[in-house]
Design a protein. Structure first.
Length: 133
């Protein structure tokens, strides 16, 4: 049915319009991984994982200013090896293909924050995910 596919396409476009702009996932085996996100408001955050890959470690969400440097507020610091981190990862990766980027700590948190429209939204989401910084 043509109208059903048109509705589905329109819903996908509306969802994309409501999502933040997700940058490239940068992975360095020695330094970890990170991804920049530009929120609909124009504010920017960076999600970084000190281990990279599927390992535990620490995941941090920071406000970025000045040419992408993390000079603003720390929104979340999550110990992925602790109980709160394990609970957050289990919730964020439920039903996700275990081989996909969304199954990694970086991917899980980036996609959890992708629908935030502003820094205030991201702050609230971080508090809900892991208690905030």
């Amino acid at each position: 049915n043509g109208s059903a596919s048109a509705t589905h396409l329109r819903m996908n476009l509306e969802r994309e319009a409501a999502m933040a702009k997700i940058g490239t996932f940068v992975v360095d085996p020695k330094a970890g991984s990170y991804c920049n996100i530009t929120l609909d408001s124009g504010e920017r955050i960076i999600v970084s994982h000190d281990q990279g890959g599927f390992k535990g470690g620490t995941l941090t969400v920071l406000e970025t200013r000045w040419w992408g440097f993390a000079t603003g507020e720390t929104l979340l610091t999550c110990n992925l090896d602790g109980p709160e981190g394990k609970t957050a990862m289990a919730r964020l990766t439920q039903g996700v293909d275990p081989k996909s980027a969304r199954a990694t700590p970086l991917g899980a948190f980036v996609y959890a924050l992708a629908e935030c429209k502003s820094l205030a939204d991201a702050r609230a989401r971080c508090i809900a995910l892991g208690g905030g910084a």
